[in-house]
Design a protein around this ligand. Structure first.
Ligand code: GLY
Ligand code: MN
Ligand code: MN
Length: 470
């Protein structure tokens, strides 16, 4: 007889209760479902993957719940490569591409089906459907995803049946599935790299999702400006919560931990504690992105003067970053080497830093030695999509050493950060951090700034705050 959890208040189930629970349920199978809008796009992505690995079996898991403590779990986030190839977000799933003799593949999506009501599994245990919510039946999943679905509880058996077939799996996503197959580390890494490569150019459906992510993010930033006085009265957490509410209302979540960095916290690249004060006269660096229901994220930064106007030094830093961003964005066009936008921005900042006397010139020498990095810290941008740092495993020659192509989406995000304890700059510069980050899609003609709905120049930011700041 199934037991409850250790130290739960019910420690046994009577035969009578078990029988009672199994009976009297309506048939809730859904027959009204339609294929997802994304299904044909996902099929095209699978076809592109199939063409790269003829004769090989490919396994792309979705991942499992991760324990937070005891029987409590973290919110589940499926592996992005699985989402890209299926449009599905279910846990414990796996896409398997079985090779055919003609060089193509047959795709199967393994899914955890609905819990049976012929035993106690549907109502006992933390992850039971009655506790966690209804899943899709295999037939429902087939309709929505547009590909054959199988019960994941038989995947090991099915894979054992073709154990002679050369196999690759994406590692680090589903340890149990990984242990059930024989593969090679290097070849598995090639599969993961290929999945990243495939995501470098977004299809039309993905671009629509990116627009939604950015549009919601723009609304979230406006919310934060409107709530600024309440943040001054409380802390950076008010900003974090305000943006989070927009993300949860309009999308799935935030695409990464929001950076709500006031005062000298702005000089900390990954400041996500967000527990500091928001003081008039200081800057607030807000780096945040809404993740859509389909799991595509924006990644936008604005740096705002809390009192509504920049001090002369803040403006000097801000305008230099703005000009560096303009120079970087001008380099975003099809056929341009990926590194160009980064170099254009960094060179501009190096020139300013030499001019201000913070690094030794001439500019070419300073730039060649990377001296500006003391104050610019990070690269000027990255690919964006299902992951905030998207396509991270792509082949270097296709990504940082590659060229831009229409459909790529990337951030351009130069910044200057003067640490509060940096004795090489005058005191009034210390603790100032400025980043301006926008999300660009490469078009046939050049680029489109998806986040152009937010003010960028210092004058525009001040006018925006005068209008909306609460
Ligand atoms: N928010 C992380 C980044 O800008 O890359
Ligand atoms: Mn970014
Ligand atoms: Mn960012």
């Amino acid at each position: 007889m199934a037991k409850g959890r250790k130290n739960g208040l019910y420690n046994s189930v009577s035969e009578e209760l078990s029988a009672l629970m199994r009976t009297g349920w309506a048939d809730t199978e859904r027959h009204d479902l339609e294929p997802a809008e994304q299904a044909p796009y996902a099929a095209a992505r699978r076809a592109a993957l199939s063409a790269l690995f003829p004769g090989e079996r490919l396994i792309v898991p979705s991942g499992n719940l991760k324990t937070r403590s005891n029987d409590d779990t973290y919110p589940f986030r499926p592996y992005s490569g699985y989402v890209h190839l299926t449009g599905d977000q279910a846990r414990d799933g796996a896409l398997v591409l079985e090779p055919r003799s003609d060089g193509g593949h047959d795709a199967f999506c393994y899914q955890l089906p609905r819990d049976s009501r012929d035993d106690d599994e549907f109502w006992i245990g933390y992850t039971a459907e009655l506790w966690m919510g209804r899943r899709r039946s295999l037939a429902e999943a087939e309709t929505v995803l547009g590909l054959p679905c199988r019960d994941v509880r038989t995947v090991t058996e099915d894979l054992a049946a073709g154990s002679g077939v050369p196999t690759r799996i994406v590692r680090g996503v589903d340890p149990a599935l990984e242990a059930a197959v024989t593969t090679g580390e290097e070849r598995d890494a090639e599969l993961e790299g290929a999945l990243s490569d495939l995501r470098l150019v977004k299809d039309a459906w993905e671009l629509g999702e990116m627009r939604k992510a950015v549009d919601s993010t723009v609304r979230g930033f406006t919310d934060c400006v409107a709530e600024l006085s309440r943040a001054v009265a409380s802390s950076e957490r008010w900003i974090e919560g305000t943006f989070f509410r927009r993300a949860r209302l309009e999308g799935n979540h935030v695409g990464y931990g929001s950076i709500c960095a006031a005062g000298d916290h702005a000089t900390i690249m990954h400041w996500t504690d967000n527990d500091g004060p928001v003081r008039p006269g200081e800057l607030l660096l807000l780096d945040a992105g809404v993740e859509t229901h389909s799991l595509y994220t924006a990644d936008v930064t604005r740096t705002l003067p809390v009192s509504g106007t920049f001090t002369p030094v803040q403006r000097q830093v801000y305008d230099a970053v703005y000009e560096a961003q303009e120079a970087g964005m001008a380099a975003v066009k099809p056929g341009a080497p990926y590194r160009d936008f980064h170099e254009a921005s960094q060179r501009h900042l190096a020139a300013r830093l030499v001019e201000w006397g913070f690094i030794e010139g001439p500019v070419d020498r300073a730039y060649a030695l990377g001296l500006q990095r003391r104050f610019t810290m990070a690269g000027t941008g990255h690919m964006l999509g299902l992951d905030v740092h998207d396509c991270a495993r792509a082949r270097t020659e296709e990504y940082v050493d590659g060229v831009l192509a229409p459909g790529m989406v990337l951030t351009v995000e130069p910044g200057l950060y003067f640490q509060p304890d940096d004795l090489t700059v005058p005191e009034e510069w210390r603790g100032i951090g400025v980043r301006i980050e926008d999300d660009l899609v490469v078009t046939e003609e050049g680029h489109e700034n998806l986040s152009a709905g937010l003010p960028r120049s210092s004058a525009e930011v001040e006018a925006w705050m005068a209008r909306f700041a609460g």
